[in-house]
Design a protein around this ligand. Structure first.
Ligand SMILES: Nc1ncnc2c1ncn2[C@@H]1O[C@H](COP(=O)(O)OP(=O)(O)OP(=O)(O)O)[C@@H](O)[C@H]1O
Length: 317
């Protein structure tokens, strides 16, 4: 549905987007994640035809955004980071203006306006001035205009920035709803946000794509090597002896404690970290040594994000 190939954008000496390539299939919600300044807005502005590229191409359903902009743009609804809302207008007036600019006319325009007002929960406030609406409702107006023309792809740049927690939940629910009928790509620098809504996550840092996967797979990436810490009722020597018989463990650190206890911290490169914890339990039990504590630490997505983006940044230095 969307093909981005070798996309590069330089602002003078700054390479904001650096040889970025990825492909997006239809019918999912994609999260576009990256720290501040990673190049998210630049990429989105290019994908939506609002900005030129230094190199590379973007195709929307086969239409090149630079060579056939009208066809490509017809298939995209875009909410930029700062949507150009006309504060003195009502949502109704504003949507009519945007709809006409998109070439929708007459009864069809009225039908579509009614439909997008309904879908974005704006029907009741449709005749109020936009300036009098809350930030969350203003954002809905921005999303409503993106929906006009019924584009297959909806691109939203940081749609929850500046909203209060309740408004954030409402906008996330709306994004999830939109994902049923459209392909939605939305950017964020908040990992938990994309984690809860997206089927797939693209992570960029310093303009480079550093990960593109399902949230669960990204999590799995850092499950190995996993880390296990334990406290056993066993001497240091006994502990060493027991650990020597267990496979897939590395980086063992052993510390003898009071009362004949030993603390261990180890890592494992085993794909299933629980296989190792099972062996530990049974091996200590077989030697009549009680395991007082055992903690299996798996990385969460937050850590993956930090690790990947830091690594990505190091690599580009
Ligand atoms: N018009 C511009 N002129 C010069 N440099 C720019 C311009 N726009 C963006 N940049 C630079 O390009 C890089 C990428 O910026 P971009 O806004 O695309 O990142 P972002 O991931 O959207 O960040 P944020 O989350 O802070 O909006 C940054 O280093 C930024 O300073």
């Amino acid at each position: 549905m969307i093909q981005v190939e070798h996309l590069t954008k330089c602002y003078g000496d700054v390479t904001a987007v650096d040889d970025l390539s990825f492909e997006i299939e239809g019918g999912h919600v994609y999260g576009f994640l990256g720290p501040n300044g990673a190049g998210k807005s630049t990429t989105m502005n290019i994908m939506t035809g609002c900005l030129s590229a230094t190199k590379g191409s973007v195709k929307i359903e086969g239409f090149d955004i630079f060579e056939e902009p009208a066809e490509a743009k017809r298939r995209i609804g875009y909410l930029p980071e700062q949507p150009p809302l006309y504060m003195n207008e009502t949502p109704m007036e504003y949507l009519r203006f945007v709809g006409e600019a998109k070439g929708i006319k007459g009864k069809e325009l009225e039908r579509q306006i009614g439909s997008v007002l309904e879908r974005t929960g704006l029907t009741e406030v449709r005749n109020r001035r936009i300036s009098a609406l809350s930030k969350g409702y203003k954002q809905r107006v921005g999303i409503a205009q993106a929906l006009l023309g019924d584009p297959k792809v909806i691109i939203l740049d940081e749609p929850t920035v500046g909203l209060d927690p309740l408004q954030i939940i409402e906008i996330r629910d709306l994004i999830r709803d939109l994902g049923r009928e459209h392909t939605v790509i939305f950017s964020s620098h908040i990992l938990s946000e994309v984690q809860t809504i997206c089927e797939k996550i693209l992570i960029i840092a310093k303009g480079k794509l550093i990960a593109f996967d399902e949230p669960e797979n990204l999590e799995k990436r850092l499950l190995s090597p996993g880390e296990i810490t334990l406290l056993a009722e066993a001497s240091g020597e006994e502990t060493r002896d027991i650990l020597a018989g267990i496979e897939h463990i590395t980086d063992i650190s052993i510390e003898e404690k009071n009362e004949g206890r030993t603390a261990v911290s180890l890592r494992s490169d085993c794909e299933d970290i629980y296989e190792v914890s099972r062996s530990l339990f049974s091996s200590f039990a077989a030697r009549d040594c009680v395991l007082l504590e055992m903690n299996v630490r798996k990385a969460d997505l937050e850590e993956i994000f930090i690790e990947l983006t830091e690594k990505g940044e190091e690599e580009t230095v």
